[in-house]
Design a protein around this ligand. Structure first.
Ligand code: C2E
Ligand code: MG
Ligand code: MG
Ligand code: MG
Length: 282
């Protein structure tokens, strides 16, 4: 009976699955070609100190310019790259590109406080044995100290973690690299990570930031989170700040840093450098 049911299901879902697979297989082939022929680009979004709008860092965000579909955004290709495993090569490229860009920016001026770069990392990358070596190589070839780099991890990285991942996170810490939890406040993000893992930064998800301007409970909850993270010496960055009202509330409850369209959208590397220089020259 189970077999019959299984077969019935298979028959029912097979056509849909098939087109889906064809589409993603075609896309997957294009993705592989794109990684090989260096078609990806990085855009950068400033991370600012909320008190004075000064840019302290740039987050690298991958972009895929294509002739047929225009610029493809990460939500479309990152998941696919994770499924196919191409994220390992793509992620290695992102690390190299982002550290090289930051090194060039740092060389182009005198920085009272040198900016850092923040790079998103998928679970699959961390589970690949070569990740720590790749980070070390990227830093070395850019001649940057580990302190110049923040790695943004999501709960999917932390939840499925095993001893090896934990050892790798410690090895990254030994290089001076800082670790951030991205999209905090969505999914299963838990404050217990703070106790168990060497986390330096928490990035509050934009849905949460939207919430605080609308309801007191979200605001009070975030206030509590800030008090806890302060105790742990963890830095807080609010994502997706779009209005001055959101920014002001965040400052009021003691959130130190932010990111969002209010300050700047993600921009091409040349524009990112101009923004950094302008922010530093004030
Ligand atoms: P994320 O790391 O949480 O990045 C923030 C996303 O929010 C970015 O979308 C950014 O453009 C967008 N954003 C920034 N400010 C605002 C705002 O004020 N309002 C709104 N509505 N959105 C804002 P993007 O660039 O499309 O990236 C989406 C996600 O894709 C990223 O979320 C990250 O998880 C992933 N991603 C991007 N680049 C990479 C990469 O190189 N490697 C990996 N593994 N993932 C990446
Ligand atoms: Mg991020
Ligand atoms: Mg995020
Ligand atoms: Mg996100």
């Amino acid at each position: 009976a189970a077999k019959a049911a299984g077969r019935r299901q298979w028959c029912r879902f097979q056509p849909e699955l098939h087109t889906g697979m064809l589409e993603s297989r075609a896309l997957s082939a294009q993705l592989e070609e794109a990684v090989r022929s260096d078609e990806f680009r990085l855009h950068y979004q400033p991370i600012v100190e909320l008190a004075d709008d000064r840019i302290v860092a740039m987050e690298a965000l991958a972009r895929w310019p294509t002739r047929r579909h225009g610029v493809v955004l990460p939500e479309r290709f990152i998941t696919l790259a994770e499924e196919t495993g191409h994220i390992v090569q793509l992620g290695a490229w992102v690390l190299q590109r982002a550290t090289a860009d930051l090194a060039a920016w740092r060389r182009s001026g005198d920085w009272p406080t040198p900016p850092y770069v923040s790079v998103n990392v998928s679970a699959r990358q961390l589970h690949d044995g070569g990740f720590v070596a790749g980070v070390r190589a990227a830093l070395e070839s850019a001649q940057l100290p580990g302190e110049a780099l923040v790695l943004e991890l999501t709960e999917s990285v932390l939840m499925g973690r095993h001893d090896q991942v934990e050892a790798d996170l410690r090895a990254l810490k030994d290089l001076g690299v800082r670790l951030a939890i991205d999209d905090f406040g969505t999914g299963y993000s838990s404050l217990s990570y703070l106790r168990e893992l060497p986390i330096d930064v928490i990035k509050i998800d934009k849905s949460f930031v939207r919430g605080i301007a609308r309801n007191q409970q979200d605001l009070r909850l975030l206030e509590g989170i800030i008090r806890i993270t302060d105790t742990f010496g963890v830095q807080l960055i609010a994502e997706g700040i779009e209005t001055a009202q959101q920014r002001d509330l965040l400052i009021e409850i003691g959130c130190g840093f932010g990111q969002g369209y209010l300050f700047s959208k993600p921009v091409a590397p040349g524009e990112a450098e101009r923004l950094l220089v302008a922010s530093n020259d004030r």
